[in-house]
Design a protein around this ligand. Sequence first.
Ligand SMILES: [Zn+2]
Length: 342
Amino acid sequence: MTEQERYETIDMPFYEKEIRPLLPPEVLDFHTHVWKTEHWKENPWKEQEPGAKYMKTTQEYPMEQLLADGRRILPGVTYKAVCFGNPTPAADIQLGNAYITECGKQPELYPLMLAGKGLSTAEEIEGVLDAGRIYGYKVFLNWFGNNYGAVTIDDMLSPTEMRIADERRLIVLLHVPRSERLADPVIQQGVRNLSQTYPQAQIVLAHCGRCYLPDEMQRAVKAIKDLDNVYLDSSMVMEPLSIEILLNEIDSSRLLFATDFPVPAMRGRRVYVMDHWVDLVLDGYEPSDFRVMSDNMRASFMVYEIILAIRRAAERVGLSQKQLEAIFYENGKKVIETVKNR
Ligand SMILES: [Zn+2]
């Protein structure tokens, strides 16, 4: 079967029946990556760096490809996205931030610059923020792959970045470190400190605090319950029970639909086995850690599994249709409109 045949005979009938009816006319994807080949300081997949095989996707993923994927996978709605570069030591931060400034010229894109402790001076950060239509930071990950070690939030963000974020009400999109993620008490305290010290900053925890598993969400959610300036993006979270546990504790207005493109343009589903997630995908993708490939199943774009997990959780906790639709657009739009950098 060709790619186009698969799209027409498997993906689109499923999309029209199960996914499209859930979506508002505009969809805002709060977590996507864009980069060009020349932004790599070293090819992270050719070098034998630790973590090099953590998550293989593609050599480059320019903004045109992101928008094309959004429109192809979610046709019939207007696709908009918060986007940023690759926040890893293998990427050139200056080149990535220059490209992000270019992305700001596209009205359907809301770029975040890469920032993090020790990476830039306050003047340098303000220079990038003042030069373009930039809505905040994607926090730099100062490690390779899943080598989180003993990293804390204090190691990732300093008062230099956070003071500016507080003044301008910036989005601070944070991928929390350590193997226990937001279930780790040290990480929970770090998030609480950020939220309370910088109450005007809008902190978004990527991948729902990386709580892909219900047990992790169960241990994590109480720590952020009372923090109104902490939001959660749904990127790569496909487990309905994780989202149900979250929505039982916090208002649904703090949940923001997100994909993590290009990753969930793969066909398959993120599942969990024992105490870790695994990406179960169709054959033909690059071999990668935590990726199991097989053609012995039906599968469509992982984006749909994220949307279905939200719908299944919303049903269980009794969200209205309006509240459900807001997760896909209004909730994120309000966060963007609160930013004072424009
Ligand atoms: Zn990401």
